[in-house]
Design a binder for this molecule. Structure first.
Ligand code: B3K
Ligand code: ZN
Length: 895
C-alpha cells in the first residue's frame, strides 16, 4: 500500500484543533536527494477543547528528533500522524528535525524538484510531506524561513513574505531568511530554490506605498513575461478600485515552473505558477493563452484577500475562497474586456465552460454540493462544482443585492473576518447583513441551499398571452432530480433575469399586475418556491419571453420556444447572452433530432439564413459572431440526450458543420477577407475576435474545399501557417488543415515541430492538436487517432511524468476527441485504463483527473457502456491504487 487506509471525512465531524501553532521557524538544507528540515514551533493548547495528545500530520518523512522545550520527548506513529502524549504545560517550544527526498517526489505535492530546481505545492495537504505539522487550514501561524543551498546551482532562494537576511555560507553555499508577518495556514507556505531570473517592476499603490512585483522564470524565458507582469499590475489596480482591497505586502512574487499539477497556487506573496499561465509572446502563445494568463494571474492575486487574509475553516468550505475568487477573476476579465459586447463574450465563454464541465459533473457519480458533505481525498474536490458553480452562487448573490450591495457585503465580510478561518455561511451572512431588506437577506436560509444541495435544477417556463385582457402570464416551475445521497430536494432561490421581446423585436415595458407603472424592460424575478406565476399587464401582442438573461442562475431552462421564437431572439434580443443561446438552440434542436433518429441533420434554409444574418450582421462584434457560428460541442450535445452514442453525435455535428461550410461558402470568404488583422500583434478583445472569426472562416473554407476536392483553400491555409505573424493564426491554419484531413497536414506538423523544438508549451500544443483531431467522418482510416496517440507516446518529446505533456496528449485524446476515444472495439477504454494505472504510480492527483473522463459512462449506449464498465472495473480491481483514483472509480461503479 502506498498510502494510509481510505477514510471518509465528514463535514459534520469538524472539531477545532486541540493545539494552536502560533509561530514556526523553519530551516531548510536543500538537497535533491535528502533535504533536512528543522522546525521550531510555539505551540499552545486550545483551552476550548478537552486535553488530548498532540497529533501532527506527516507523510513520507524521515524523522530525526523531537524536542519539547529543549528536552527530548517520547512519541509514537499512528494513522499517519506523529503522536506526542506528554507535553509541557502551557505554551511550549516544539523542535522537530526530519528529512524528505524532493527528487523522488513524482507526485509534485510537498517539496519536489523540477529540472533540478526546488519548488513546493502544499494545498491541500502537501505541507505534511515537508515536515510534521497541524496541516489543516484553521491553524494559522507566523512563518520565518531560512533556506540554505549551493549558491551556484540555486542562486535564487525564495519564501513567503519579506527577505530579512541573506549571505554566504561555507562550501559555496548561501542562505536567505524570509519572514511573513501575516499568520497563515500551512497550505499557503511556499519555497523556491532555483536558478531563475526575474522581471521586476516597482509600483505605487493608491495609498502611496511602493511595492516590488517580480516574475521569475528560467533564463531565456524573460521575453515571455511581459503579459504576466502587466496582468499582475492590472490585478493590483483592479482589486483596489473595485473592492478597495490593496496589496498588503512589500513584495509580490510569481514563479513559473514546468512541472505542476494544476494551473497555479496562491501562496502568500509567492505565487507558484504552471509555466502555461505565465509565459507568452506572440510567436508562442495564442489569444486564448493570453486571456488564460490574465485570468489566472488575477485569480491567484485576488486570493491574497479571498483565501489568504480570510481563509477556510476546513476543506469543506473550499468554495468560500474558490467560488468567490473565480467570481472575482471573471469580473476582473470582464472589466478588462471593456465594451458591453466583449463582456458578453466573456460571460458566454464562462457559461459554456460551466455547462461543459460542471453540469455533467453535477449529473454524474461525482455530483456533490458546492460545500461537500464528505470526501476521501480532498484533492478530488477541486472541482468545477466548487469553483465554477461556486462562482455562480456568488454571482447570484450579487444579482440579488446589486453590484453596490455586493461591494458593501465584501466590506462587511472583511470587517468581520479579516485574519480568520471561516465558513461559507459566514460569507453569505455578511453579504445578507450588509443588505437588509434585500431578496438575499429575506430568503437567506433558502438561498443557502445552493451550498448544500447538488444537481442542476430544471427551470420549466410556460407563457400564456391573453389578448382580451392584454396580459401575459409566465409560469415558472423548478424541478430537481435526486443526486448521490440526496433523494429529495428543497426549492432553490432562483434569480431569473428576464425581458419580453415583441415579434417585431421591440423590448416590451414590464409591468406586473398590481404595479402602478412599468419598471423598465428587464427585471429579475426571484423564484423561491416550486412554482410561481407572474402576470404582466399592458402587453399589446404576444411576446417572446427572454428568460435567464446573462445566465442569471446555473439551471437548465426548458421554455418550450419554437424555431420562430428562437429566430426572433437571435435577431433582436437585447441580451447578448440569450441572443447567442437562441442560435445555439436552433442548431442543437436540429442536431438532437438527427442523433435521435440516426439521420443527417437538416440545415434548413431558415437556419442557414439566420446564421448568415448573424455572420453578416453590420454591428455585431466578430468575437460574438464566432461564438454564434460555432456549433454546440459534442459533450454538450451528449448531455442533452438520455442515451449517448458518441459516434452518432460526432457524425451529426460534422455533417451540420459541413452544411454550414457549404451553404455559407461566399459568406465565409467574405468573413476571411474582412477580418484580417494588420499591424503588430495585440491580444485585445477586438483583434482577438477578428482572428477568431477569420480562423473559423478558414476552417470552414478548408472543410468545404476538401469535400469538393479543391486545393485552393488548403493551399492558402498552408501559406498562412507558414507566414503567420503570431501563434493564433499559425495554430488556426494548422488546425484548419488537420480538421479537413488535408494531405498538407503532415508536412505542416513536421514543420511546426521543427520550428518550435525546445519550446515546451508549444510542443504541448503540437501533441494536443494531433490528439484531439478525429479521423474525418466516412473516410478511410477509422480508428487512426488512437494509433496516432500511441505512436506519439513513443515520441522522444513525450513524457508521462510531466503533467502538461501527459495532459496534452492523453487528456486531449480522451476528453476532447470523443469519436476517436469511444470505439466499438473498446480499444479506447483499454488505453484509458492502462494510462490511469500508469499515471497513478507516478502522480495520483493527475491520474485521478484522468479517471474522471469516464464519469458519464452510464449514459453510453451499447456496446460502449459494457466496455466502459469493464475498463473501470479493471482499474478498480488494482490492489495498490491511490486513494485519489480509488475514490473516483468506486463512485463511478456505485449503483
Ligand atoms: N488553490 C489552488 C488549487 C490547489 C489544488 C490542490 N489540489 C489554485 C487556485 O485555485 O487558485
Ligand atoms: Zn483558486
Amino acid at each position: 500500500m502506498r498510502e494510509g487506509p481510505a477514510t471518509l471525512i465528514r463535514r459534520e465531524d469538524y472539531v477545532a484543533p486541540a493545539y494552536w501553532i502560533k509561530t514556526v521557524d523553519l530551516t531548510f538544507d536543500l538537497d535533491p536527494a535528502k533535504t533536512i528540515v528543522a522546525s521550531r514551533m510555539q505551540v499552545e493548547r486550545n483551552s476550548a477543547v478537552a486535553p488530548q495528545p498532540l497529533k501532527l500530520h506527516g507523510e513520507e518523512l524521515n524523522l530525526l528528533r523531537v524536542l519539547a522545550n529543549g528536552e527530548s520527548v517520547s512519541f509514537r506513529h499512528e494513522d499517519g500522524c506523529l503522536v506526542i502524549d506528554s507535553l509541557p504545560e502551557g505554551t511550549f517550544t516544539l523542535e522537530i528535525r526530519n528529512t524528505c527526498a524532493p527528487e523522488k517526489n513524482t507526485q509534485l505535492s510537498g517539496l519536489y524538484t523540477s529540472c533540478g530546481n526546488f519548488f513546493t505545492q502544499c494545498e491541500a495537504e502537501g505541507f505534511r510531506r515537508i515536515t510534521y505539522f497541524l496541516d489543516r487550514p484553521d491553524v494559522m501561524a507566523v512563518y520565518t524561513v531560512t533556506l540554505k543551498a549551493d549558491k551556484k546551482k540555486y542562486p535564487v532562494l525564495l519564501s513567503n513574505g519579506n527577505l530579512v537576511d541573506q549571505g554566504d555560507l561555507d562550501n559555496g553555499r548561501h542562505f536567505a531568511k524570509w519572514h511573513d508577518p501575516f499568520p497563515k495556514p500551512s497550505y499557503l507556505f511556499a519555497l523556491v530554490g532555483a536558478d531563475l531570473v526575474a522581471r521586476q517592476q516597482k509600483i505605487r499603490t493608491r495609498a502611496g506605498k511602493e511595492h516590488l512585483l517580480e516574475v521569475y522564470v528560467r533564463r531565456g524565458d524573460l521575453d515571455k513575461t511581459e503579459h504576466a507582469m502587466n496582468s499582475l499590475i492590472a490585478s493590483v489596480v483592479w482589486d483596489e478600485a473595485r473592492f478597495k482591497l490593496p496589496l498588503d505586502l512589500e513584495r509580490f512574487m510569481i514563479v513559473a515552473v514546468g512541472d505542476f499539477n494544476m494551473g497555479a497556487m496562491e501562496n502568500k506573496g509567492l505565487n507558484i505558477f504552471n509555466t502555461k499561465y505565465v509565459l507568452a509572446n506572440p510567436a508562442t502563445a495564442t489569444d486564448a493563452d493570453y486571456s488564460g494568463i490574465e485570468s489566472v494571474v488575477g485569480h491567484e492575486y485576488f486570493h491574497n484577500w479571498t483565501g489568504n487574509r480570510i481563509t477556510c475553516r476546513d476543506w469543506f468550505q473550499l468554495s468560500l475562497k474558490e467560488g468567490l475568487t473565480v467570481f472575482r477573476d471573471q469580473e476582473f476579465s470582464m472589466d478588462m474586456a471593456g465594451s458591453a459586447s466583449a463582456r458578453a463574450v466573456k460571460r458566454i465563454e464562462d457559461v459554456r465552460g460551466l455547462r461543459q464541465m460542471q453540469f455533467p459533473e453535477d449529473a454524474g457519480p461525482m455530483a456533490h454540493p458546492v460545500r461537500p458533505d464528505s470526501y476521501v481525498e480532498i484533492n478530488n474536490f477541486y472541482t468545477a462544482t466548487v469553483y465554477e458553480k461556486g462562482a455562480e452562487v456568488v454571482r447570484m448573490m450579487q444579482t440579488l443585492v446589486g453590484r453596490a450591495g455586493f461591494e458593501r457585503g465584501m466590506t462587511l465580510y472583511f470587517e468581520r473576518h479579516d485574519g480568520q478561518a471561516v465558513t461559507c455561511d459566514d460569507f453569505a451572512q455578511a453579504v445578507a447583513d450588509a443588505n437588509p431588506g434585500s431578496a438575499l437577506a429575506e430568503k437567506l436560509d433558502a438561498f443557502k441551499r445552493w451550498y448544500a444541495q447538488a444537481g442542476t435544477p430544471r427551470l420549466v417556463a410556460r407563457g400564456r398571452y391573453d389578448a382580451p385582457s392584454r396580459t401575459y402570464t409566465l409560469g415558472l416551475e423548478q424541478q430537481s432530480d435526486p443526486s448521490p445521497g440526496q433523494p429529495v430536494k428543497q426549492p432553490f432561490v432562483i434569480p431569473v433575469a428576464m425581458g419580453l421581446v415583441g415579434h417585431d423585436g421591440r423590448a416590451i415595458a414590464l409591468q406586473l399586475e398590481g404595479e402602478a407603472a412599468p419598471v423598465g424592460n428587464e427585471r429579475v424575478l426571484v423564484l423561491d418556491e416550486k412554482h410561481a406565476y407572474y402576470t404582466f399587464v399592458n402587453v399589446d401582442a404576444e411576446p417572446v419571453p427572454s428568460l435567464l438573461r446573462g445566465f442569471s442562475a446555473p439551471v437548465n431552462l426548458v421554455d418550450g420556444l419554437g424555431d420562430a421564437e428562437l429566430l426572433v431572439l437571435l435577431k433582436h434580443d437585447a441580451d447578448p447572452f440569450n441572443r447567442w443561446e437562441a442560435g445555439q438552440r436552433l442548431a442543437l434542436n436540429r442536431l438532437l433530432a438527427a442523433v435521435r433518429t440516426d439521420s443527417t441533420p437538416d440545415a434548413d434554409p431558415a437556419f442557414i439564413d439566420a446564421m448568415r444574418g448573424a455572420l453578416r450582421h453590420p454591428t455585431l462584434d466578430p468575437a460574438f459572431k464566432e461564438l454564434v457560428l460555432t456549433l454546440p460541442s459534442e459533450t454538450y450535445i451528449a448531455e442533452q440526450l438520455e442515451e449517448v452514442d458518441p459516434q452518432r453525435i460526432h457524425a451529426a455535428r460534422e455533417s451540420m458543420k459541413l452544411q454550414l461550410a457549404q451553404a455559407l461558402r461566399d459568406d465565409w470568404v467574405w468573413a476571411w477577407d474582412e477580418h484580417q488583422t494588420i499591424g503588430g500583434y495585440s491580444p485585445d478583445p477586438v483583434s482577438s475576435g477578428r482572428r477568431a472569426l477569420a480562423n473559423l472562416a478558414l476552417a470552414m473554407l478548408c472543410l468545404d474545399a476538401q469535400a469538393r476536392g479543391d486545393s485552393v483553400w488548403p493551399g492558402k491555409a498552408y501559406q498562412r501557417f507558414k507566414d503567420a505573424g503570431n501563434m493564433t493564426d499559425r495554430m488556426g491554419a494548422l488546425s484548419a488543415l488537420l480538421d479537413a484531413g488535408h494531405e498538407l497536414t503532415q508536412p505542416a506538423l513536421e514543420r511546426f515541430h521543427a520550428i518550435f523544438k525546445g519550446e515546451d508549451l508549444v510542443i504541448d500544443k503540437w501533441f494536443a492538436l494531433q490528439a484531439r483531431t478525429p479521423e474525418p467522418v466516412g473516410r478511410q482510416g477509422a480508428g487512426r487517432s488512437l494509433q496516432r496517440v500511441k505512436a506519439l507516446m513513443q515520441h522522444p518529446d513525450f513524457s508521462m511524468k510531466n503533467p502538461n505533456r501527459a495532459r496534452s496528449l492523453i487528456f486531449s485524446f480522451t476528453m476532447y476527441n470523443p469519436a476517436g476515444f469511444h470505439r466499438a472495439d473498446a480499444a479506447g477504454y483499454v488505453f484509458w485504463a492502462d494510462r490511469v494505472l500508469e499515471l497513478d504510480a507516478i502522480n495520483p492527483q493527475v491520474a485521478s483527473r484522468l479517471a474522471r473522463v469516464m464519469d458519464r459512462w452510464k449514459k453510453l449506449a451499447e456496446p460502449y457502456r459494457s466496455a466502459a464498465r469493464e475498463a473501470i472495473s479493471r482499474v478498480a480491481a488494482k490492489p495498490d491504487l491511490s486513494n485519489d483514483v480509488r475514490e473516483i472509480v468506486s463512485r463511478a461503479l456505485e449503483d
